[in-house]
Design a protein around this ligand. Sequence first.
Ligand SMILES: [Zn+2]
Length: 334
Amino acid sequence: MVALKEELKPFVDQIYDTTRGNIIGIKKGTNSNAPKIAIVAHMDQIGLTVFNIDQTGFIRFKKIGGIVSKALQGQQVRILTENGPVFGVIGLKPGHVTPAAEANIIPPVEEMYIDVGARSREETHKLGISIGFPISYNMKPLELSYGHIATPSLDDVCGLVTLIILAREFHKNHPLSTIYYVGTVEEEIGLRGAEVALNGLEVDIALAIDTTTAGFQPDVNMRELIYEVGKGPAINIAELGTGIRFSSQLLVKWLRTVAEKYKIPHQVAYQHGGTDAMALMQTGSGIPSCSIALPRNYSHSPIETFQLKDFENLILLIEKAIIDVKEDFNLHRI
Ligand SMILES: [Zn+2]
């Protein structure tokens, strides 16, 4: 959060954080009648939290957001304390004493535990660890072949980096529109920061920059996942959760037209899971919103994998789209 604020600061007219934790940077446009645009990315990420420390020093945890249970055991983690990170591992029953019937069963998260090296509750406390502290994967990005990169925090570091790159770009080449660069909190636990992020702001269009789940990996039913890594950024027609929630179709059409005009590779389909766009859409009297997402395999795991050229095209698409917005941009459905 601090990093986002510092990175945006030189390129905006004003920047502040709200009591809810969201960050808002504002850069005035050259035409006050042009629609005002918010570019939004979430600052939180999936992870765990310290739920209990047992007498022998092992840590029990709860999930924050949709972390995949089967991607947990055997992982290295980082517990974020006020004195810096403390490293741990998520332990598991020794292979030699695991009965064959149990070998392929993933225990419930309540039965998992983190070993930080302490062997008493006091020793764990001495490391500065308390109940309620956040825990994240301890894994570095890894460059694979053919332009693929695997990393644990893609969702939504890619959105935050997009904000920073666009802020730099629009500082040199001013768009007509006033731009709101918005970092939100608590997206992964129900779009909670975005629900209040734009209250009281004069925003006409909101774009949420996020990741999307891609298919084309051996264990996925291709009927369910249409997006593909390497085929360009995803323009989401709608988002699928317990039901279907539509993006502003005016914005979908605008983004699609811009992508075609500038020959930017892109994909247009349905996104699995919600993004901040759906909360922004319900702000005030309803801000036309749409999410644009970077396709990645292995979502919500420590090895989310994407293509660098998709990311470049995502940034290019948003940049061109915003530059194309004129005073007469139609915001009405009829
Ligand atoms: Zn996300």
